[in-house]
Design a protein around this ligand. Structure first.
Ligand code: ATP
Ligand code: CA
Ligand code: CA
Length: 423
């Protein structure tokens, strides 16, 4: 597992931030959740709910350890996304995040300066985002909602919440909560972050920073191409994955973003979980959990089968694109409801005759909040002077989307095209 971070204890520099984020989520989300569900209105997409916490508390917000302000953005929209489309059990969601005040911090793996935190059970990721990404997500929230509601099997990041914490000295931290693509109970033996761009897209062993020695690296496009890797999927899975990626890239084109990637985690079943480091848990702070919440906690880890999931598997075998529109059915975070996450939380490799191979893929399109801005245009200009303008990462959204899609087809076994063309 490349992403096991450092647990945040009380002496950690970001402990207060973590405490505030989790307290805000706990109070904000349960407040919205306590109300009777109603249909969404246009105003819900721009709504902001404010909370003010202090050490004394009042009738609206209980006392907290620190003074801070919390904003919950479009709470009804995210509630609907979580419940109606992502099939998260509300109590389960809150408990995973806040039953124990424990997060582990991955630090800042990308260049952007965002920080990543994992919930205690590794199911959720909190990513701090830049103010402009935050504004952008709000601007496209309606399109995102429409896409998710018409594409229940989308590979695009699942956003479960958008929030802001404001610390006493005025520092504002925006963050999203999203799905961890990688399962808590399986080792990921190789990770790739693929864009379809090849300039500078090579991970080199010497880049490995000291503190990250033990974790496995996130490899890039050129590593994939040089290793002659292929996504091994039988005809039906390949057709469905291609079709879903086509729909997803059309959406990303429509909202005019670029720089996103397909994250690919590979679990090798023969290697199994031998390398699995037993995850430490740390008791930091345990707020009281209402009984009705506690009762509905489901076990972490394994996924159980449902009649709907079985029906979906059946529909899938016909590789009919209609399978992609089959509504997924509810159940607590039941990944079995999602075509591409139904095999141990991922997608099992198969050969041309649909015989299962000893590999599970964990796939998703991540980092989708970068619009084609002036900054990116400038980057395109400069990088384009010294390299092929069509192979650099910053290219206009429609070119980016088509290249991305073409590359993904080319890396599938017996798929269309040749990855060498991208070099
Ligand atoms: P940059 O803009 O420099 O690419 P970023 O800070 O926006 O970086 P991301 O590209 O979103 O970061 O993610 C960085 C890495 O974190 C990914 O390559 C991946 O390893 C991990 N990661 C991000 N999102 C997820 C997710 N949903 N599930 C699992 N791992 C993730
Ligand atoms: Ca990225
Ligand atoms: Ca980014």
């Amino acid at each position: 597992f490349p992403l096991v971070g450092n647990l945040i204890g009380e002496d950690h520099v970001n402990y207060v931030l973590m405490y505030n984020m989790l307290t805000g989520i706990r109070i904000g989300v349960s407040r919205c959740q306590a109300k009777i569900k109603r249909p969404l209105t246009d105003e819900d997409f721009t709504a902001k709910h404010k909370f003010s916490f202090d050490i004394i508390g009042n009738e609206l917000t209980p006392s907290a350890k620190y003074d801070f302000k919390f904003k919950d953005y479009a709470p009804w929209v995210f509630r609907s996304l979580r419940e109606d489309y992502f099939h998260l059990d509300p109590a389960d969601y809150l408990l995973s995040l806040t039953s124990k005040y424990i997060l582990s911090e991955l630090g800042s793996p990308g260049k952007s300066g965002s920080f990543f935190y994992f919930s205690r059970d590794y199911r959720f990721i909190i990513k701090t985002i830049h103010h402009r990404e935050h504004k952008f997500l709000l601007r496209v929230l309606k399109d995102y909602y429409t896409h998710v509601s018409t594409n229940p099997h989308t590979l695009i990041s699942r956003f479960y919440g958008l929030h802001r914490v404001k610390l006493p000295r005025g520092r504002k931290i925006h963050f999203v909560i999203m799905n961890n693509l990688f399962p808590p109970h399986k080792d990921i033996h190789e990770t790739y972050d693929l864009k379809g761009s090849t300039v500078g897209r090579l991970w080199r062993a010497k880049e490995r920073r000291k503190e990250k020695k033990k974790s496995s690296p996130v490899l890039k496009d050129l590593n994939w191409i040089n290793a002659h890797h292929k996504l091994e999927l039988g005809p039906e899975k390949r057709a469905l994955l291609t079709e879903q990626l086509r729909r997803d890239k059309e959406f990303l084109k429509k909202i005019s973003v670029m720089d996103y990637s397909l994250l690919v985690g590979i679990h090798n079943m023969q290697r199994g979980n031998r390398d699995n480091v037993r995850r430490r848990t740390l008791k930091v702070f345990e707020p009281a959990i209402p009984k009705e919440l506690a009762r509905s906690v489901s076990a972490v880890g394994g996924y159980t089968s449902t009649p709907e999931a079985i029906a979906m598997r059946r529909a899938m075998r016909s590789s009919d694109p209609k399978a992609l529109s089959l509504p997924s059915h509810s159940g607590a975070d039941n990944r079995l409801n999602f075509i591409f996450y139904q095999d141990e939380g991922g997608l099992r490799a198969t050969d041309e005759e649909n015989r299962e191979e000893a590999t599970i893929y964990y796939l998703g399109v991540i980092d989708i909040l970068t619009p084609w801005s002036t900054l990116k245009r400038v980057e395109n200009f400069w990088k384009g002077l010294s390299a092929d303008r069509h192979k650099i990462s910053p290219v206009p959204p429609s070119e980016y989307a088509e290249r991305f899609f073409k590359f993904m087809k080319a890396i599938m076994k017996d798929g269309e095209g040749d990855p060498q063309e991208f070099v």
